[in-house]
Design a protein around this ligand. Structure first.
Ligand code: TYD
Length: 241
């Protein structure tokens, strides 16, 4: 596989073309950003950790019947992925109230609810990723109602697969953000971004300690150590399966 030109440069990752028309290389950088890119830092080793964690989770989903863009990890900070057309939506799944949702609903962070909450956001930095509903998404031509139904069902299925996997690792999956894209080869709508401590809230079930990007957002220190713990525990549960 030959690495080609840089086709996308984000804050936290880069995407390179390859000599295969339907495949790209995803490179996870050591940079982390928060609060719509207002807060930024560099953590040596974070790109490699996100790459490994995301590879484990996306591979697990592929093996359990949820199509993702992930093909294989090809280096410390790189993975080979299917090429997609981006759908600028974020499907956010909440199992417990945390972050800005607590503020929005006027409840304490950590509030437990029995149902699964699914939020939809428009992935648009200028507008600060506003919450939208299905009608807005269809009005903007981002997806059809049928495609949105598929994304919601998929997001719930991902949650049903990953919640117990994290639980086996002694970690509570509090919430997560998923993105979807249209595969360039088949046109299917597939999961198409990382799933990692950068895009999930992960709380240690034994101690309640945060093991995700909130360590950076809230200046809690030990960012790399916490991501390493997540990787070690996920490796233990997936390697013994
Ligand atoms: P969400 O409730 O949408 O926002 P906030 O981070 O303000 O509480 O976040 C839910 C999860 O989604 C959380 O783990 C962070 C993640 N997320 C992203 O990874 N990227 C984003 O752009 C947004 C808005 C959320």
């Amino acid at each position: 596989m030959r690495k080609g030109e840089l086709i996308f440069e984000g804050n936290e990752k880069q995407v390179f073309a390859t000599d295969h028309p339907d495949q790209v290389i995803f490179r996870y950088k050591d940079v982390t950003v928060a609060y719509n890119n207002v807060k930024r830092a560099r953590f040596i080793g974070k790109g490699a950790l996100d790459n490994q964690i995301s590879a484990i989770l996306l591979d697990y989903l592929n093996r359990n019947g949820v199509e993702t863009h992930f093909i294989e990890r090809i280096g410390d900070q790189e993975q080979l992925c299917r090429k997609i057309e981006i759908i600028p939506l974020q499907v956010v799944v909440h199992n417990r109230i945390a972050g800005s949702l607590a503020y929005r609903l006027g409840v304490e962070e950590g509030y437990r609810h029995s149902n699964t909450i699914v939020d939809l956001r428009y992935n648009n930095d200028e507008l600060e990723d506003p919450f939208i509903n299905r009608d807005h998404a269809v009005a903007l031509g981002l997806a059809t109602y049928q495609e949105l139904d598929g994304m919601y069902n998929n997001a719930r299925r991902v949650n049903e697969l990953l919640k117990p996997l994290f639980h086996k690792a002694g970690i509570e999956l509090v919430d997560m953000k998923l993105e979807f894209g249209r595969a360039s080869d088949t046109g299917a709508i597939i999961i198409s971004d990382e799933i990692s401590p950068d895009t999930c809230r992960l709380w240690d079930e034994a101690t309640g300690e945060r093991l995700d990007k909130d360590r950076f957002r809230l200046d809690l220190s030990r960012v790399v150590e916490s991501y390493t713990l997540v990787l070690t525990r996920l490796k233990q549960v997936t390697e013994t399966e």
